[in-house]
Design a protein around this ligand. Structure first.
Ligand code: PLP
Length: 399
């Protein structure tokens, strides 16, 4: 072992502890659901992205089991080397129909879909214009590219500020291509990107749009088809990213767009080119998850019923949910220490929700991030609300 490395690691970790930024996952002792066994305790889970309960839906589990019998458990290789299994192609065809696009390419995660797609579609002659609250995986994808993208050079606009976006586009006329990239649903605030305005500006200034629908997939639009569907912008968003890991309940990410986009990414998307395909059971489970989403409206209705209920209950009790419009419901505590204390007290009360503090969000905007989903009962939501009220009474809310 190299002492220089080991000492550096120990020192860095110590610093994380000091700054209260050290993360240690709790142990989930059963399936992801509304009420779960975690670290030996039964808690209401308000931190899961399993929006529709598909991660343990009987039809989805059955499809995975049958697929193991038929295909085994591994794909064996990268798709262009080892051959692509027909079940992987079938999933992409189903996704393309679902999204009403010409073609879809699946990556092993949403994160890798961003890092595969973004650097592949721009060169050093291009510019990428980003919303300041874009997800970390978008930021990493952008950094891997040869394009201009830096905030210090004026290519990052304030959150949803369309005047600033227009100003960026005006300054970007000298580049060969202009790319605008945004989350569809912002993962910490739960608000929705103004996609109609973004698309209109892109069309005016000859730019193309990429939207990351990780938190919109299965949540917004027809049967959960995402923000382009929600705003009826079919055919006007060049690149849509969706995850298969959140509402779809399994794992993976995909890029939806034109046939040439798919062909290009098969040839130039590095995580596609150099990383093994999903196990076939993943593709089979995802096809079953899509079947449920397209044929059973109930999980999405329940998700939105619970979302509306939860936001209304919190508002009645005087909590500030920061204008969130989707299941992602931040509850403002303001002060960093108050939010971290609230997280601990809620855990003691049997509620699992995480404090999100600076630097993930702005100073003084510390919050508890909560997400109701289709598997929560009225009792779960009521119990969680009572716990929030008791915790607020104990520590106070500073904003
Ligand atoms: C979660 C998330 C991702 C990553 O998706 P995975 O499938 O979990 O890798 C990408 N973008 C956004 C906005 C996300 O919230």
């Amino acid at each position: 072992m190299n002492d220089t490395l080991q000492n550096w690691l120990t020192q860095q970790i110590g610093q994380l502890h000091e700054e209260h930024l050290y993360k240690k996952p709790r142990i989930l002792e059963g399936p992801a659901g509304g009420r779960v066994m975690m670290d030996g305790k039964s808690v209401i889970n308000l931190s899961s992205n399993n929006y529709l309960g598909l991660a343990n839906h009987p039809k989805v589990k059955q499809a995975a089991l049958e697929s193991i019998e038929k295909w085994g458990v591994g794909a064996g290789a990268v798709r262009w080397i080892g051959g692509t299994m027909s079940v992987h192609d079938e999933l992409e065809e189903r996704l393309a129909k679902f999204k009403k696009v010409d073609a879809v390419l699946v990556f092993t995660g949403g994160f890798t879909a961003n890092s595969g797609c973004i650097p592949a579609v721009v060169t050093k002659d291009d510019v990428i214009i980003s919303d300041e609250l874009n997800h970390a995986s978008i930021i990493d994808g952008v950094r891997l590219s040869a394009a201009s993208y830096k905030k210090s050079e004026g290519w990052v606009y304030e959150h949803k500020n369309m005047d600033m976006l227009e100003d960026c586009l005006k300054r970007a006329s000298g580049f060969a291509k202009r790319m605008i990239i945004t989350d569809g649903v912002f993962s910490m605030d739960g608000d929705i990107a103004p996609l109609p305005e973004i698309v209109a500006l892109a069309e005016k200034y000859d730019a193309f749009v990429m939207v990351d629908d990780a938190h919109a997939s299965g949540v917004l639009g027809k049967n959960g088809a995402g923000t382009a569907s929600h705003f009826d912008l079919y055919g006007r968003v060049d690149i849509q990213l969706g995850t298969l890991s959140k509402a779809l309940g399994v794992i993976g990410g995909y890029i939806a767009g034109s046939k040439p986009l798919k062909e290009w990414l098969i040839n130039r998307g590095r995580p596609y080119l150099f990383s093994t395909a999903h196990p076939p059971m993943v593709a089979a489970a995802l096809i079953a998850a899509l079947d449920v989403m397209e044929n059973d409206p109930e999980p999405m209705q329940k998700l939105w019923d619970n979302t509306r209920k939860w936001k209304a209950m919190l508002a009645d009790a005087g909590f500030d949910t920061m204008g969130s419009e989707t299941p992602i419901t931040p509850i403002l505590f303001g002060d960093e220490k108050a939010a971290q204390a609230a997280e601990k007290l809620l855990w003691e009360e049997g509620v699992y929700a995480l404090a999100i503090v600076y630097p993930t969000v702005a100073k003084g905007k510390a919050r508890l991030r909560t997400m109701p989903n289709a598997t929560h009962t009225d009792e779960d939501l009521n119990d969680a609300l009572q716990a929030f009220i008791r915790v607020r009474d104990k520590i106070g809310v500073s904003v």
